[in-house]
Design a protein around this ligand. Structure first.
Ligand code: F0G
Length: 462
């Protein structure tokens, strides 16, 4: 298409409404818990005006507009989320968006992991390269902006660490107070330190994430606080932009598979919603298969699908060293089931050993991610073996968190301590070729040169 045929749309605000995902009731406003008044299920945001002439039939115009904004110095154009604001709910004043220049994250190729998994083309969309180090920022900028527009003084979340870090940062940027409710001793100290630094009131409860969520749901009924967990549908809208940006990075060619870690299941819901909406609006002509990978010890979605066809959730006591996804009662499971069904994706699980190995393999490519993100590569290997992913297909892993989010996991892994005293100790011996523990030497050049010689000898010659 030539430039002459592209009409650049004007950034008209989009009217949005709430709809219950179960009973379909629609309403203009949501209650404090973002649940349906009639049946209690989750709400989603939809856009009744999308099929007006303004949106329909102008795919090229929108693509050009979003690209053009990358050269603008306006804060909402510099944001990789608000840049796509035609597909987001409209703020009363766009320039009141609370933004930390989130989004615009890199897409890397992973040639070595591709060989490991048995596919020719493997990419990582690294959402850990967001301002607070995780994908949560893309949803938080939208949800926090709407919380402030709604006049809230307090925002709150229960978290395995990343949501709290992100929420605390966006609250601090906008002079809102933040309440973080986390499971004591089950959140990496790197993430905890972020919440503290950004000034959150941080409550460590003697329970797990699911227990924290239960307590917070009660708090929300008693205190005027805006809930910023991913049941808040504004979070999901912001997280959609990861998918839009990914397509832009592929010049709007749709990859065959997108593989996402599954915890509370907001992210796969968001990415799926984005692809479905883009298809509906004619910006793409087919869908990728979206598959979800869970940790074996936190596999509520997998069990629900395998044992109940996705009709009923089997909540569980979750246990995994990938603490970000240590969730046994995922709030957005119904949304996730819909995405799997609509895109033809599947759910798989990865063991603790498989997660640790996959994380080391991604790290060895100079990319790095947190354990919860590495489940994607571990899961992909299985999907290739099962024949669900074919060798020639283009696969994208969504890396959700930065390597530095959980340094303790990485250090323990390389020192060989990660599985000491656990049921996995014997199996972990197989990981030794991936481990690169630091070596302590005398302070002489000779000692260091000898270490170099040893290292040179251990490099396979081919
Ligand atoms: N990866 C990372 C790094 C996460 O922090 C999370 C969730 C997930 C994957 C799973 O995403 O919940 O949308 O399925 N972390 C939440 C938190 C629960 O509190 O930070 P999901």
């Amino acid at each position: 298409m030539t430039n002459r045929t592209i009409s650049i749309p004007t950034a008209a605000p989009m009217v949005s409404s709430f709809r219950c995902i179960a009973c379909g009731v629609t309403r203009d406003n949501a209650d404090h818990d973002f649940r349906c008044n009639d049946c209690g299920d989750l709400l989603e945001i939809f856009y009744p005006g999308w099929h007006s002439e303004k949106m329909a039939g102008n795919a090229a115009g929108f693509k050009a507009l979003w690209r053009q904004r990358k050269t603008s110095r306006r804060a909402i154009d510099e944001s990789g989320v608000w840049r796509f604001r035609e597909l987001l709910p409209a703020l009363r004043d766009w320039d009141q968006a609370i933004t930390l220049h989130e989004g615009n994250t890199p897409l890397y190729n992973l040639p070595s992991s591709a060989r490991m998994a048995g596919v020719k083309q493997l990419y990582a969309k690294h959402q850990g390269m967001n301002p607070t180090g995780s994908f949560k920022d893309t949803g938080m900028t939208v949800a926090a902006s709407f919380a402030r527009q709604g006049g809230f003084r307090w925002v709150a979340c229960a978290s395995t660490g990343n949501t709290s870090a992100s929420m605390a940062a966006y609250a601090a940027r906008s002079a809102m107070r933040s309440l973080v409710v986390i499971p004591e001793g089950k959140v990496s100290w790197a993430k905890l330190s972020q919440a503290l630094d950004y000034g959150a009131l941080t409550c460590e409860l003697r329970t797990d994430f699911d227990g924290c969520m239960r307590v917070l749901n009660d708090v929300v009924k008693q205190w005027p606080v805006c809930l910023l967990n991913s049941v808040n549908p504004y979070r999901i809208e912001g997280q959609k932009t990861g998918a839009i940006e990914l397509l832009e990075q592929f010049d709007w060619q749709v990859p065959d598979h997108v593989i996402v870690p599954g915890g509370n299941l907001g992210n796969c819901s968001a990415l799926g919603k984005a692809f479905l909406e883009l298809l509906d609006l004619g910006l793409i002509t087919r869908l990728p298969k979206i598959s979800v990978i869970q940790a074996e010890g936190a596999n509520a979605l997998l069990r629900s699908i395998r044992e109940h066809g996705g009709k009923k959730l089997i909540a569980m006591q979750a246990q995994t060293a990938a603490t970000a996804i240590r969730i046994g009662n995922p709030a957005s499971w119904k949304k996730a089931v819909r995405v799997l069904q609509a895109t033809g994706g599947i759910v798989e699980q990865a063991s603790e050993i498989e997660i640790a190995q996959a994380k080391a393999e991604i790290g060895a490519e100079g990319i790095g991610c947190e354990p919860a993100s590495a489940v994607t590569l571990a899961g992909l290997k299985k999907l290739v073996k099962q024949g669900f992913v074919k060798q020639n297909e283009i696969v994208v892993l969504i890396l959700t968190g930065h390597l530095l989010k959980d340094p303790e996991f990485t250090l323990k892994f390389h020192r060989g301590d990660l599985f000491k005293g656990t049921e996995y100790e014997q199996q972990a011996a197989a990981l030794s070729s991936h481990q690169r523990a630091p070596i302590t030497l005398d302070p002489t050049a000779d000692a260091v040169v000898e270490a170099l010689e040893q290292a040179e000898k251990s490099i396979p010659q081919n």
